[in-house]
Design a protein. Structure first.
Length: 448
């Protein structure tokens, strides 16, 4: 594997992003084309900006629930509760997801997957009143639950919605569905006994840290396998190197040059290995004995030692190259988060995962972070764990609980954490601080 292949393995599908959102008669009064008929949403980070009550949060929510396909998560019920006549999500693959009704009301709606202007498949969702709650819902018994595999493959993108209450809505993978169910129980419990979502947010933060740790470990395991060779292969390589140089009367000058090159390479791989060992990705490498042996050997023996070491050094470099993107991501991720923190730091080790330390080196539980810190950690950890798939993150009012300085630094941090991935972030905000340096990414809500 060559350098950069971790990112490629993490997102094997063609890049898929949301390019435009159309809304007709939202709340019976607003028509929007975001960003406009002549532009598309930024493929990395897009910002919806508009007045209070213009529908920013609702647009994020409806788009998220339309894209999400898991059953029994309330996605189609959430769409049924919003009054609109037509809601269209356009993708970069010339595919549209279109929800429509005959009139701008809430309730029943038709959902279509459209490719190149032709309807591939459509479903009709019938809503009814939930007597206990007095709200609309889409019961299982009234519709076919999901599109066919062919239609779903056209909109194969994971959607995340981080609301202004800082809880995360996402269709998690089967391996984490039980944990998600547990979070649902915790959510109901906290709301019943406290009337707040504080405990819910803490659990979603812990879950985000767990998912990010699990993702890093998977990538590290994949990268660590590269460059590993069995004994037979290693000795085969050594034999080939020796047989290629049957003349043992090597030129002393050439042998010295080869030795000097090998020493530089050993020092290089040692420095790189020790840097990765800070995150536990590899064990520290002490090459002092090898360097001493090369420097102490005579010219002929020096050349022989270099040839013996060549397969070893090449194997280490291959492993380093395979883990390099993961190392850079961890360095960027922890560095960006630590730039926000005061009197505390976040560290990562492959064995212990993400750990938060006070300035005195005491481990700090995640629930002891401030509300702004919890928000940042939840968002950025989920961005990391979503890197392996086409994903879109809808974030409502990310400026909440963040001071002015943090608001200015937020988007650069998000861009750094999504670099090299297939993640798109779509924000809804009132913050001028978020907009000021990113005007090209802004999609203003201006009624048509």
């Amino acid at each position: 594997m060559k350098q950069g292949e971790i990112a490629a393995q993490a997102a094997p599908e063609p890049r898929l992003t949301i390019t435009r959102i159309w809304v007709k008669q939202l709340f019976g009064q607003y028509d929007y084309c975001l960003p406009s008929t002549t532009h598309i949403l930024d493929t990395k980070i897009a910002i919806l900006y508009g007045d209070n009550g213009a529908g920013k949060t609702t647009i994020l929510s409806v788009a998220h629930h339309l894209i999400s396909n898991a059953e029994s998560r309330g996605h189609k019920t959430a769409v049924a509760q919003v009054p609109f006549e037509e809601f269209v999500v356009e993708f970069s693959s010339d595919v549209r997801l279109r929800a429509s009704r005959p009139a701008p009301t809430d309730g029943d709606f038709e959902l279509e997957v459209i490719r190149a202007g032709n309807t591939v498949e459509s479903l009709y969702y019938r809503a009814e009143v939930d007597v206990d709650r007095g709200t609309l819902r889409v019961p299982k018994s009234t519709h076919i639950h999901s599109f066919s595999e062919e239609a779903l493959n056209l909109i194969k993108i994971d959607s995340y919605m981080l609301g202004d209450d800082r809880t995360l809505n996402n269709d998690l993978t089967p391996t984490t569905s039980l944990r998600h169910t547990e979070l649902g129980r915790v959510e109901r419990y906290y709301r019943e006994i406290t009337g707040t979502d504080a405990g819910v947010r803490d659990n979603y933060l812990e879950f985000a840290l767990e998912r990010a740790t699990a993702w890093v470990r998977r990538q590290a395991l994949s990268g660590a396998d590269v460059g590993s060779q069995n004994t037979h292969t290693i000795y085969g390589d050594v034999a080939q190197h020796l047989s290629a140089h049957v003349n043992v009367e090597d030129d002393i000058k050439e042998a010295n040059e080869l030795a000097a090159t090998m020493v530089r390479e050993l020092l290089e791989v040692s420095d790189r290995t020790n840097a990765l060992s800070n995150f536990g990705l590899l064990s520290p490498l002490d090459i002092s004995v090898l360097v001493a042996a090369i420097e102490a050997a005579s010219g002929e023996r020096r050349g022989l030692i270099v040839r013996l070491l060549r397969p070893y050094v090449d194997g280490i470099r291959a492993r380093l190259d395979a883990l390099n993107d993961l190392y850079e991501l961890l360095r960027e991720f922890t560095g960006r988060l630590n730039a926000f923190l005061r009197d505390k730091t976040i560290t990562f080790n492959i064995r212990t995962g993400f750990v938060i330390l006070t300035s005195k080196g005491v481990v700090l539980p995640p629930d002891k972070l401030s509300s702004g810190e919890k928000h940042l950690f939840t968002l950025m950890c989920n961005l990391v764990s979503a890197r392996q798939r086409n994903s879109v993150f809808f974030v409502d009012e990310p400026e909440l609980s963040l001071n002015v300085k943090w608001q200015r630094e937020l988007i650069p941090a998000l861009l750094a954490c999504t670099k090299g991935s297939s993640v798109q972030v779509i924000l809804a905000t009132h913050s001028i601080e978020l907009l000021s340096d990113h005007q090209a990414s802004v999609a203003p809500l201006r009624p048509l």
